[in-house]
Design a protein. Structure first.
Length: 59
């Protein structure tokens, strides 16, 4: 016989998990997409600025 949690413990943990109840609206998804895009663009601008400043300073 293999050891492991009892069936009642397994069922209780499934009842606590509510990740399947999470629903996001299209506006929330668009907002998240916009935030990710803005963070990516600002990071790209910062890195590009540092690269050009190093290039300009090394001349």
């Amino acid at each position: 016989m293999a050891g492991g949690p009892d069936t009642s413990i397994k069922n209780a943990s499934v009842e606590k998990d509510a990740s399947f109840n999470i629903y996001e609206s299209w506006s929330q998804l668009f907002k998240n997409f916009l935030i990710v895009g803005l963070v990516a663009a600002s990071t790209w601008l910062l890195v590009t600025g540092v690269r050009y400043s190093i290039e300009l300073g090394s001349h």
